[in-house]
Design a protein around this ligand. Structure first.
Ligand code: NAD
Length: 343
């Protein structure tokens, strides 16, 4: 049998445990997996592009456990009443290939993206950072805010979105959580005095959410919205102002902000910084840029974490996902018994 966490159980579990606690605990799982980065199978995700958006498969394996996520990205969805990003994910036993764990990953992707941003910022942002500019206040945004409080101590948010209703929703959701929130009048207004800037917008375009003149020394930029060919958020000149950190270079060159740059534009993979194999922030004036697109190992960590966290609880059910005849060679025997001729 395969353990299954549906949306109802995921929501119950997250609401009960608390998203900020979950993000903090998930950062531990992410760090464990990023520290053993070299032991994973890695490849750029498999993407199917259409005029509507993209559908992607994100596989990886540590040779004991295999995992993948199915995820879509459809920036025009909210205007049609659908979400931009939805997902589900699977873990399987490498020894026999059987799926062991299946879960919704729409909520989980928001948590894992936030946890990844938090893990990276903990290492790259200036210590003592308290103010974050939040550009784009859609589905991911509240999770990002909680991750930056958990990982870095962010208490003040300056928000900007082209959709006033999205900003209202954000203020409604995060104000009771104890943040000080200012609704900005423009992108330039939002970044004023910010120690960290998160860009989390969705538009299938080479957009310019931030221009180079808005970037001040010492800032950490957490650029997570540009994650697809032809979909970027930063003025290319920003990438020349500081040091760029990525998840998995071959995928980020296709999908990230650096798709705007030459193929040999220098970047550092974050696992090397975490493992003290490459420098991260070296001065308080340095501008650090996390060009995030989301990588399969992050989903693997999130899946492992939820699988372990719900063990022994009532937040999952067992489902009959794999046809398993008593005689492994007699698959037909299963259907011949149940399907008499003419019935
Ligand atoms: P969403 O559609 O719910 O929210 C996006 C918000 O961006 C909307 O409120 C929209 O009004 C706003 N926006 C669009 N253009 C803007 C602009 N020029 N200036 C200011 N605001 C603008 O999407 P979401 O689920 O929050 O995802 C946001 C982005 O993050 C998407 O592009 C998604 O693909 C990406 N994403 C990345 C990762 C990752 O791992 N890097 C993970 C999940 C989602």
């Amino acid at each position: 049998m395969t353990r299954f966490v549906d949306v109802h159980n995921m929501v119950r579990w997250v609401a009960g445990r608390g998203p900020e606690t979950i993000i903090s605990e998930m950062i531990g799982y992410l760090e464990d997996d990023f520290r053993r980065w070299e032991s994973f199978d890695k490849s750029p995700r498999v993407a199917s592009h259409t005029p509507f958006g993209v559908i992607e498969l994100m596989p990886t394996s540590d040779h004991e456990t295999y995992g993948f996520k199915y995820v879509n990205g459809h920036p025009s969805n909210p205007a049609r009443g659908f979400q931009t990003v939805t997902a589900f994910g699977v873990l399987a036993d490498v020894h026999n290939g059987y799926p062991t764990f299946l879960t919704e990953m729409t909520v989980l992707t928001a948590l894992r993206t936030a946890a990844t941003s938090g893990m990276v910022a903990k290492k790259l942002a200036n210590p003592g950072s308290t103010v974050m500019a939040m550009m784009g206040t859609g589905s991911q945004s509240e999770f990002q805010a909680l991750a930056f409080r958990a990982a870095l101590g962010i208490t003040t948010l300056r928000v900007w979105d082209t959709d006033p209703a999205a900003m209202e929703k954000f203020v409604r959701n995060v104000s009771p959580l104890g943040f000080e929130v200012t609704v900005a009048s423009s992108a330039a207004d939002a970044v004023r005095g910010a120690h960290v800037i998160t860009t989390c917008t969705a538009d299938k375009a080479n957009a310019t959410i931030l221009t180079a003149d808005l970037i001040t020394p010492g800032v950490h930029i957490n650029a997570i919205g540009g994650d697809c060919p032809g979909k970027t958020e930063l003025d290319a000149a920003i990438l020349e102002l500081g040091d760029v950190f990525v998840e998995y270079t071959p995928q980020t060159r296709i999908e990230g902000e650096i798709q705007q740059m030459a193929a040999d534009f220098p970047v550092t993979e974050f696992w090397q910084v975490l493992g003290d194999r490459a420098p991260g922030r070296t001065t308080s004036e340095q501008i650090t840029i996390f060009d995030s697109v989301g990588f399969a190992i992050e989903d693997f960590s999130a899946l492992r974490y939820v699988r372990d966290a719900v063990d022994g609880s009532n937040f999952f059910e067992e489902i009959d996902l794999v046809a398993n005849p008593e005689d492994p060679k007699d698959l037909f025997g299963l259907v011949s018994v149940l399907s008499p001729i003419g019935s």
